[in-house]
Structures are given as structure tokens and as C-alpha cells.
Design a protein around this ligand. Structure first.
Ligand code: NDP
Ligand code: 13P
Length: 326
């Protein structure tokens, strides 16, 4: 018997829709909120979301654009893009009449404030119990019921464990944790690193370069994690190394695909959210504020901003002074 019987998902994109399916499969009563009333009505009647094509949305999932309805749930999942999470929680806050868990499902760091997702929730909804869900999980795989494992972290271990009980099923396996920051760092940084690896693959730099960039990317993710107090088991866990491996190796990843297009000198696909593009500049600002070197992420940020060409960025990375491996 779970403490949380009903779940509301804010944000009816690919990930929000997949998570609504997860919660329904786990036996919860589920509400999926889309900001656009027409969009909500269309999903409700067709049981199909163009943002997650080919996935049949179970009839028992209520699809709505009425935010007040979501605030009646026992727990909330927020699956908007990272830079819109504050706006969504601000809107929600006036409907919240009691403390309740709000699980951030976006991967990123807020521009301007350098805040991670649970900090944004804590600021925008001071009575909420913030949590974070992250790990190697493509929305399409998850929605189709392919086996997936993720990390779900909250400050309080009992709460994290109850949230896991509410969402877990034989095809979706969350592990609980109290290392919120560690989970957030992995999810945010891996998107930037996946763009780097995508660029290398698009540039046909070879499988050795792909492995080297992924590994050195992991080294810099680890450095930032240590500086911000992440636990090593989180960094090497599902939300860190696990998600890095997935995203740096699969053309199913939108961040990897953005890199591929850049590496090939092509236009990136339109209308596809690649969070790494938004995270890159704030990630390197955060790293600099902590005196942490993140040369691969810096290369991505400088390419995306037009400060460097791809060839110059590769040359800069390869001609850094030789050093001990750490
Ligand atoms: N897709 C995936 O496989 C995974 C994604 N994630 C993370 O989930 C987050 C969302 O990604 P994803 O669902 O794929 O993205 P999508 O582009 O598929 O969907 C984003 C959704 O957010 C909605 N939205 C945008 N701005 C706002 C806002 N201001 N208020 C409310 N809703 C808003 C959009 O609404 P509208 O349709 O009206 O534009 C859309 O429904 C990202 O941080 C991503 O990294 C995490 C794990 C897996
Ligand atoms: O976060 C994800 C997988 O864990 C999804 O990756 P993309 O956003 O790069 O598609």
C-alpha cells in the first residue's frame, strides 16, 4: 500500500507523457496537465500526443489544462523544460494548500541563478517537499514499457522510498537516494557532454575519440560533483555515469543529435528540445565559480555561442598541457 495514490504530471511533452504512463502502470490514478487547452483536449480525445508519437495513452489517465485539478493529487511530477520549471511552479503554488512532494523531472540548471531544479521548487513553493527523478531513460523506451532504471532522490530517505513505491513497477525501477545534488549534477552535465560526443561522431573523428570524450567528460562531471558535495556512488550511478553512457552513445538522444548535426555542418533538427544547449553556458559559469575545470563543456559552450569553430575547439582540447590522469 503506497502513501501516494494519485499522481499529477505537469507538462505534457514527451517525458511528462511517458511518466504519466509509468504512474498509471504502477496503479496510481493519474492526471496529465498540458498548458494549452486545445492540446489537452486533443490528447484526451485521440489518446495520442504528437510529442511522443506512436504511444497509446491509457484511457484512465485524465488529461487536462486545469491546474487546480493537479493540486488535488498526492504527489506532483514536473516535466517542463528546465528553464520553464520556475514559471510552472509559480503558477502551481497558489493552488497548493498543503505540503506535498514535487518531483523535478527536468534536467538542467537555471540561467541567471545557477540553481538546480529542486532549489527552484523550494523557492517557488516553500511548502513543497522537493525531489528529483533522473537517470538513463528515453521517453519512448519508458512509455513502451521497456525495462528502465532511474534514481529518485529526496532529502528525507523515507519520502524518497515512498515516492519510489508509488512509481515503481516491473518495467520501471527507481532506486531511492538522499543525494539530491549528485542526481541533479549528472542529469544536467551529461546533456552538454552528449553534444560534445555527437559533434565528434558527426565530424567522423572515430570511435577512439568518442570513448575519450565520454571518459574525459565523466572526469569533469566527477570534478564538479565532488566540488558541490555529490556522493561518488551517485556520480557512478544511474543518474551520473548511467545517463552519460546512454546519451553519449545513442542517436535516440536529442542532445547527441544536435551535436551530430553541428559536427556534420548541418542544420540541427527544428523543434527538438536539447537541454544541453541551454545548460552549457550556465554549467561553465557554475564550474568557474567553483574553480572546477570543465574543458569539454567549455568547448561545447564556445561552439554553441559561435566563439569558437569546431576545429579550433578540438585543437584547443588536444593541445592542453599534458597532465596526470585524474
Ligand atoms: N524526452 C526524454 O526522453 C526525457 C526528457 N527529460 C527531461 O524532461 C524535460 C522535458 O523534456 P521533454 O518532455 O522531452 O520535452 P518536450 O519538448 O517533448 O516537451 C516539453 C513540454 O513542456 C511544455 N512546456 C514548455 N514550456 C512550458 C511552460 N512554461 N509551462 C508549462 N509547460 C511548458 C511544452 O508545452 P507545449 O506542448 O505547449 O509546447 C511541452 O509539452 C527536459 O528537461 C528533459 O531533459 C528527462 C528524461 C527523458
Ligand atoms: O535524458 C534523456 C535520457 O536519459 C533524454 O536525452 P535527450 O534529451 O538527449 O533526448
Amino acid at each position: 500500500m503506497t502513501t501516494f495514490q494519485s499522481v499529477a504530471v505537469i507538462g505534457a511533452g514527451a517525458w511528462g507523457t511517458a511518466l504519466a504512463t509509468v504512474a498509471a502502470r504502477a496503479g496510481r490514478s493519474v492526471t496529465l496537465w498540458a498548458r494549452n487547452a486545445e492540446h489537452a483536449a486533443r490528447i484526451a480525445s485521440t489518446r495520442d500526443n504528437p510529442r511522443l508519437p506512436g504511444v497509446q495513452i491509457a484511457p484512465e489517465i485524465v488529461v487536462t489544462s486545469d491546474l487546480a485539478l493537479t493540486a488535488r493529487a498526492d504527489m506532483l511530477l514536473i516535466a517542463t523544460p528546465a528553464q520553464h520549471l520556475r514559471g510552472a511552479v509559480n503558477m502551481l503554488a497558489s493552488h497548493l494548500t498543503r505540503p506535498m512532494p514535487i518531483v523535478a523531472c527536468a534536467k538542467g540548471i537555471e540561467h541567471g541563478t545557477h540553481k538546480f531544479m529542486t532549489d527552484v521548487i523550494a523557492e517557488a513553493a516553500p511548502h513543497a517537499q522537493p525531489a528529483i527523478l533522473s537517470g538513463p531513460s528515453f521517453a519512448d523506451d519508458v512509455a513502451r514499457g521497456l525495462p528502465t532504471a532511474v534514481t529518485l532522490a529526496a532529502k528525507d530517505e523515507a519520502l524518497a522510498s515512498s515516492l519510489v513505491q508509488a512509481l515503481g513497477s516491473p518495467t520501471f525501477r527507481p532506486y531511492h537516494s538522499t543525494d539530491i545534488r549528485g542526481v541533479e549534477i549528472g542529469g544536467a552535465a551529461k546533456n552538454v557532454l552528449a553534444i560534445a560526443v555527437g559533434i565528434a561522431v558527426g565530424r567522423k573523428l572515430g570511435a577512439s575519440a568518442q570513448a575519450a570524450l565520454t571518459t574525459r567528460g565523466f572526469a569533469e562531471l566527477t570534478r564538479l560533483g565532488r566540488a558541490l558535495g555529490a556522493r561518488s556512488e551517485t556520480i557512478t550511478g544511474l543518474s551520473g555515469l548511467g545517463d552519460l553512457i546512454l546519451t553519449c552513445s545513442s542517436p535516440q538522444s536529442r542532445n547527441f543529435v544536435l551535436g551530430l548535426a553541428l559536427g556534420r555542418g548541418e542544420q540541427p533538427p527544428a523543434g527538438k528540445l536539447a537541454e544541453g544547449e541551454f545548460t552549457a553556458p550556465v554549467l561553465i559559469e557554475l564550474a568557474a565559480s567553483q574553480n572546477v575545470e570543465m574543458p569539454v563543456s567549455e568547448a561545447v559552450a564556445s561552439i554553441l555561442s559561435g566563439r569558437s569553430t569546431i576545429d579550433a575547439a578540438i585543437s584547443t582540447l588536444m593541445t592542453r598541457p599534458f597532465k596526470a590522469e585524474e
